[in-house]
Design a protein around this ligand. Structure first.
Ligand SMILES: Nc1ncnc2c1ncn2[C@@H]1O[C@H](COP(=O)(O)OP(=O)(O)OP(=O)(O)O)[C@@H](O)[C@H]1O
Ligand SMILES: [Mg+2]
Length: 362
């Protein structure tokens, strides 16, 4: 007998190919309607960055399951409803952004800002609403990497800050407001107040993801951020060689101490492939990121090679994801964005649902 209960029961056995769990307990299934032999299945896809091919695979599995349960015709509709955990009341200063993603590393110069900027742009290209907070108050590089804004930052009538818009991203950086020389003298309490302002007094609007580019190491910015807002997780960037890996291990330990989940590891500057002769050179060694991910039991998000266009894109204000969107390395950033967004969704959906009201009342 075909009815909503029998269809739901059948769909409870369908595993989501990206989330790796069944679509009922992970709330991907929003609802089912049955009319005679016709079944309508409504899905909530937890991120804009859900890969298209796997979505088709999921739809096929659902269709097959419904037909096995007796349906003649199956219609599937899907909306993206970004998965996130509402902030507890003591950390609710940030209004609008659903998931805050920290991009971090133990060491300087390994490509945090490059990854943060391209990751944010890749999420935006997937269709998400994205903001970028340059939390590197000591050496802000986001303004250079994104070039001149389409819309500069402004103050609203209520004296709130309206973020700049660059390539469709809402962006805030200390680099917009102070000289580079001034930025290096920030002390702990000043850093805390500044971040408080960037989080609470900025009109971010509704965002699926707010990507934060962090300074190197395990200092005041990391600590303040973790105290001020809930962070969905951290993406750790490393180069393949041992000196970088050792520092990332320290970074991971610090995030774990302040209860920020590690989403995964990206290995940047993995190798150099000569565009003229095709020869590959592993300048900073190879494979350290993957090994580390295995050792600490986190996901390996992939490798980004050394590419002149990545460096040039950062210097010229047009990052590779925008400048060469179909290049192999832009696609690596698109895949990184998908893997990261799926990991965030898995973390959220594996927890029992918490309603925003209950979270506020506590
Ligand atoms: N995969 C890459 N290929 C080529 N150049 C790269 C790559 N990744 C980063 N770079 C370049 O290396 C330099 C350092 O990168 P970036 O500023 O992103 O590092 P960072 O970790 O944010 O540094 P800091 O610790 O100073 O904040 C930049 O000039 C950037 O363009
Ligand atoms: Mg940086």
């Amino acid at each position: 007998m075909l009815n909503e209960t029998s269809v739901k029961e059948a769909l409870g056995k369908v595993t989501d190919p990206m989330l790796g769990a069944d679509i009922v307990s992970y709330r991907v299934l929003r609802g089912v309607e049955v009319q005679g032999d016709d079944v309508l299945v409504k899905l909530d896809i937890p991120t804009h960055a859900y890969p298209k091919q796997q979505l088709r695979e999921l739809q096929k599995k659902i269709e097959d399951a419904c037909k096995a349960a007796g349906a003649k015709r199956v219609t599937i509709t899907s909306d993206v409803v970004t998965a996130y955990l509402p902030a507890p009341s003591d950390k609710a200063i940030l209004k609008g952004p659903k998931n805050v993603i920290a991009v971090a590393a133990g060491k300087g110069g390994v490509g945090k800002s490059t990854v943060a900027v391209n990751l944010a742009l890749a999420l935006h290209r997937h269709g998400a609403k994205v903001g970028l907070l340059d939390a590197d108050v000591f050496g802000p590089s986001v303004p250079t990497m994104l070039g001149a804004p389409e819309v500069p930052p402004q103050a609203s009538k209520e004296s709130r800050i309206i973020p700049a818009v660059h390539h469709g991203l809402k962006v805030i950086s200390v680099g917009f407001f102070v000289d580079k020389e001034e930025a290096v003298v920030w002390r702990g309490p000043m850093v805390h107040r500044l971040l408080q302002q960037f989080l609470g007094d900025v009109d971010w609007g509704e965002l699926d993801y707010l990507v934060c580019d962090l300074p190197p190491g395990t200092g005041d910015v990391q600590l303040s951020l973790s105290q001020l807002i809930p962070i969905a997780g951290a993406v750790m960037v490393t180069t393949p060689q041992e000196v970088s890996i050792i520092d990332v291990v320290k970074g991971i330990a610090m995030f774990e101490k302040v209860e920020i989940p590690i989403l995964g590891i990206v290995e940047n500057m993995s190798y150099y492939k000569c565009p003229a002769c095709g020869h590959t050179d592993e300048i900073f060694s190879h494979g350290g990121g993957k090994r580390l991910a295995q050792e600490v039991g986190t996901q390996f998000f992939g490798e980004i090679p050394i590419d002149t266009r990545i460096r040039f894109g950062g210097d010229a204000g047009v990052p590779i994801v925008i400048a060469s969107p179909d290049s192999e390395n832009a696609l690596r950033f698109m895949n990184l964005a998908s893997a990261m967004a799926i990991k965030v969704a898995q973390n959220v959906l594996s927890k029992p649902k918490r309603s925003p009201r209950l979270a506020v009342i506590k």
